[in-house]
Design a protein. Sequence first.
Length: 190
Amino acid sequence: MRIIAGKHKGRNIAAPRGLEIRPTSDRVREAVFNILEHSNWEKGGLSVLKETRVLDAFCGTGACGLEALSRGAGYVTFIDNNNAAVSQCKHNIRSLKEEGRTEILKADCLNPPRPIEPNALVFIDPPYGRNLAGTTLRKLLERGWIMKNAICVIETGTNERVDISHEFALLDDRKYGASRIRIFSCAIGN
């Protein structure tokens, strides 16, 4: 795995062996970030990444959050409750020397602690096949992690449902092999 573009373009991201952690593939990550950078979702046509505060929930290796930093995000919070994921994410942050613009929380995304600030861009990549994405999105909103008009990128298996409330509007929905990416905008928030 590698960083696709930006400041850290071409740098490797380590991923553990085995099936316990399933990182977002380079191909899917590149497609998602192309959508984010070339959409007209921000005022004035600006990139949704520029100096933004990002949450990478179920972060695993931290690939999405680190890609966001490489492409101009200002700060990323990584959350995962898996010890191997937290350790791997810390290693990847150190290897890119991004400790000053990140924090890692070992916590349950379904029962997250309160944030210091809400986020304008949120990545949610729960384990496939458990239909956790919609519940996670609601819990993060309830706890204050998602700001009004935030862009929320959800990765699931292709056939999984994402049950969301009226506060979220679907902006994009695409399939990439076994992955499905849905991008929502949050109508309410902090």
